[in-house]
Design a protein. Structure first.
Length: 103
C-alpha cells in the first residue's frame, strides 16, 4: 500500500513538473506610458486596480477595467474610442487606454 502511494506521488509530481504555468495573455506594459488610475478601459491585472472593481480579459486581446452595461446604462466612450455592451453585459472598448497597470 505504501509502495503504491509512493508510486502515485511520483507520477503526480512528474505531471505537475510537466505543466507549465503560463503568464496571463497581457503583453508587457510600455514603461514609458503613464501609470493607469483605474478608470474605465485602463489596462489592469486585478479587480483591485479598477475603480469599478472589474478587471476583465476580452478575447485574450487585452485586459481592462470595465463596468456592467445594458440599454438603460450604455457604455461610455473613452479617448474617442467607442465601446459596446457585449453579450455578457460588460463594456468592451475598441481600444484600451494608453497606460500601464500598477505593479
Amino acid at each position: 500500500m505504501v509502495r503504491r502511494l509512493l508510486g502515485w506521488s511520483v507520477v503526480g509530481l512528474a505531471l505537475l513538473g510537466a505543466c507549465k504555468v503560463e503568464d496571463s495573455a497581457i503583453p508587457d506594459a510600455d514603461l514609458a506610458a503613464p501609470l493607469c488610475t483605474g478608470v474605465i478601459y485602463d489596462n489592469c491585472t486585478t479587480d483591485g486596480q479598477c475603480m469599478s472593481g472589474m478587471c476583465k480579459l476580452f478575447s485574450g486581446d487585452f485586459q481592462v477595467c470595465t463596468q456592467v452595461c445594458n440599454d438603460a446604462a450604455p457604455c461610455p466612450a473613452s479617448s474617442g474610442a467607442a465601446a459596446k455592451c457585449n453579450n455578457r453585459g460588460l463594456c468592451k472598448p475598441t481600444i484600451n487606454n494608453a497606460c500601464r497597470p500598477p505593479s
